[in-house]
Design a protein around this ligand. Structure first.
Ligand SMILES: [Zn+2]
Ligand SMILES: [Zn+2]
Length: 371
């Protein structure tokens, strides 16, 4: 039987998301049909919509989601129909070189990220007879999708799915940028560039890891104010003000870690991050950029001062371990969620939601699917 689902599709870079009816294949052997409850408006799809990142078009957007498994393929072992799941934009097979050494965020199955092609090959969404790709092999801007069993983490039946969606991308990516990729240690001085859906969680990850100073650079006042509730000790609108303050605060020793969690990383931001850390300081970049972006690292500060620049996907977390772990921290009150979702939208309002994100009006917008 042919299934249909409604979804937001990007047909052409630079154009709005279009809500259309899609045909949906049935799950293959290791695939599952998921009914999504909620999906976040993350900045990554903006890069696809702008053509900043290579994405096969047309594409169903959406990678930060939670939902319920409705059907499973014949060889699915990780979940059953009725299970609540959180999607992971990096699948984790569990057995590749990276998964088996605690680096699930770079599992070999992430090879499909750019094309959205599922690990078993091909696409499960179709529109008027043509293949439609799914963002991050997920496509949660559709009400339902067929995805790999390796792209979800099963959660407890009591889990609230709207809150759970935040644990799909924003929370682990941000928290991991500080705690895992940044390896923030007690007493360290940390500066965080960008306090949006990812950065706000980098702030709480740094605070939780024991940073003595969590300094935030964020142009939007509302986000600076909220960052203080999540553990920021000082906030600044510009990098220049922050670098001046860090110089004074540390007597010129500068920060231990700089975490870049902006919507779009530019050369200026990357350089400011390098300048804000001291000898042996580390810069972690968890952000996307235009295709023309490249990092320039002045040799006098990078080489002779032993600085490090590290790229990070998913905050370098292992989703199968860290997502349940972070849900536990939420249950014990060590991780905050209140205030992260600024507004909810219906699927039909998705372009409005993205406009609000670009205007700096929201930290995280969440589309709640109607079923
Ligand atoms: Zn995301
Ligand atoms: Zn793997």
């Amino acid at each position: 039987m042919k299934r249909k689902t409604k979804g937001a599709v990007l047909f052409e870079a630079g154009k709005p998301w279009q809500i259309v009816e899609l045909d949906l294949d049935e799950p293959r052997e290791e695939e599952i049909l998921v009914r999504f409850a909620a999906t976040g408006l993350c900045h990554s799809e903006v890069h696809a919509a702008n053509g900043n990142i290579q994405t096969k078009l047309p594409v169903v957007g959406g990678h930060e989601a939670a939902g319920v498994v409705e059907e499973v393929g014949s060889r699915v072992t990780r979940v059953r129909p009725g299970d609540k799941v959180i999607t992971t934009f990096s699948p984790s097979c569990g057995v590749c070189e990276y998964c088996s050494t605690g680096r699930q965020s770079i599992c070999v199955l992430t090879a499909g990220l750019a094309t959205g092609e599922l690990p078993a090959g091909g696409f499960r969404f179709h529109h008027r007879g043509k293949d439609v790709s799914s963002f991050s092999m997920l496509g949660s801007f559709a009400e339902r999708a067929v995805i790999s069993q390796y792209s979800v983490v099963k959660v407890a039946p009591s889990t609230d799915l709207l809150t759970a969606a935040l644990f799909s991308c924003g929370i682990p990516t941000g928290w991991g940028t500080a705690a895992i990729a940044g390896n923030v240690e007690p007493g360290q001085v940390v500066v965080i560039f960008g306090a949006g859906g990812i950065g706000m969680n980098a702030v709480q990850g740094a605070a939780y890891s024991g940073a003595s100073e969590v300094i935030v650079v964020e142009p939007v006042r509302m986000k600076r104010e909220l960052a203080k509730k999540f553990g920021a000790t000082q906030t600044f609108a510009t990098a220049q003000e922050a670098v001046t303050a860090i110089t004074k605060l540390t007597g010129g020793v500068m920060a231990d870690k700089a975490l870049v969690t902006v919507g779009e990383v530019t050369s200026d931001i990357a350089l400011a991050a390098q300048n804000s850390v001291g000898r042996s300081g580390e810069v972690v970049i968890t952000a996307l950029a235009r295709q023309t972006f490249s990092i320039s690292a002045p040799s006098d500060i990078m080489l002779t001062q032993q600085k490090v620049i590290r790229g990070s996907l998913y905050g370098s977390t292992s989703p199968q371990f860290h997502i349940p772990h972070l849900l536990d921290l939420y249950r014990t009150g060590d991780l905050k969620v209140d205030g992260l979702i600024t507004r909810t939208y219906s699927l039909d309002e998705i372009n409005t939601g993205y406009q609000h994100l670009l205007n700096g009006e929201i930290v995280r917008g969440m589309v709640v699917h109607k079923h």
